[in-house]
Design a binder for this molecule. Structure first.
Ligand code: ADP
Length: 263
């Protein structure tokens, strides 16, 4: 995986590729709301693995994820998922079959069961109807919701609802999984379970996880994208980042210093 680091920041870290096929490629990507730039000139390449997308509130993480999820068009540059351009109609159709997305706010069909919510998501992503049942069970098992499969979704707690959103995003086994703050509101035990799930999925797919928690990213991420000051302040492995810190400083602390602009 490789990426650009904002000019002048962390100049010693540059374009290092890790093996495998590229699943996500952004080239000089930019987005603005009205006249206000959120970010510009963002470039990186991702392969399979868990990617921690970090940045303070307002840094642009959600905006970047919605572009990759094909829900917003970039204002400049290019974003390719599995070789398909997000700005092309046919490209978006192809991407969506292989894409899972957990938005920041999960919408559920409240009067349908947990099982049926995931079944619908699987079917909508093209899972064959003969395989939907198995796909749902596998997804609910993975997020620890099998015991509430027959409950109406509106009865779930906030953390359970978040996990239902993740089950809906993974039921079709996407090649690219985008998770916007997946562990927000999730209890510590389930959080550990979700970290293990991300690691497992990351063995075959690209899992981009947005978080503002440096400790979480340090624990699960194989690769880090840190957004700051309208761009990408760092793209690289945790090992590469820790080499930039003070000797003995752990990765989470180095992440925090980069996010805060102290480095
Ligand atoms: P993050 O996910 O890192 O917290 P966001 O992508 O949500 O950041 O937001 C980036 C910036 O864009 C923020 O300054 C935010 O206020 C602004 N923003 C987000 N959504 C909108 C919108 N719909 N209209 C205008 N500005 C927005």
């Amino acid at each position: 995986m490789r990426g650009n680091n904002t000019e002048g920041i962390l100049p010693e870290i540059r374009d290092v590729a890790i093996g495998g096929d590229a699943t996500v490629e952004c080239r000089n990507l930019g987005f603005r709301y009205g006249r206000r730039d959120v970010f510009s000139d963002v470039s990186f390449t991702l392969m399979s693995g868990v990617v921690g997308l970090l940045g303070a509130n307002g840094a642009g993480k959600t905006t970047l994820l919605t572009i990759l999820a094909t829900l917003r068009m970039p204002k400049s540059g290019q974003a390719l998922l599995l070789g398909e351009d997000v700005t092309s109609v046919t490209g978006r159709q192809r991407i969506r079959r292989s894409l899972g997305y957990l938005p920041q706010t999960v919408e559920v069909m409240g009067s349908s069961t947990v099982f049926d919510n995931v079944a619908y998501a699987a079917w909508a992503h093209g899972v064959d109807s003969s395989e939907v049942g198995y796909a749902v069970e596998r997804a609910l098992e993975a997020v620890g919701l099998m015991d509430v499969a027959t409950l109406r979704a509106r009865k779930l707690s906030g953390g359970q609802r978040r996990r239902l959103g993740i089950a809906c995003a993974i039921a079709h086994q996407p090649r690219v999984l985008l998770l916007d703050e997946p562990t927000a509101g999730v209890d510590p035990l389930q959080r550990v379970r979700l970290h293990q799930l991300m690691t497992l999925i990351g063995k075959k797919s690209t899992v981009v996880v947005s978080t503002h928690l440096a400790d979480e990213a340090a624990r699960v991420a194989d690769y880090l994208l840190i957004m700051r000051d309208g761009g990408l302040a760092f793209a690289g492995s945790p090992q590469m980042l820790s080499e930039c810190g003070m000797p003995g400083m752990d990765v989470a602390r180095v992440i925090e210093t980069v996010m805060a602009g102290e480095r």
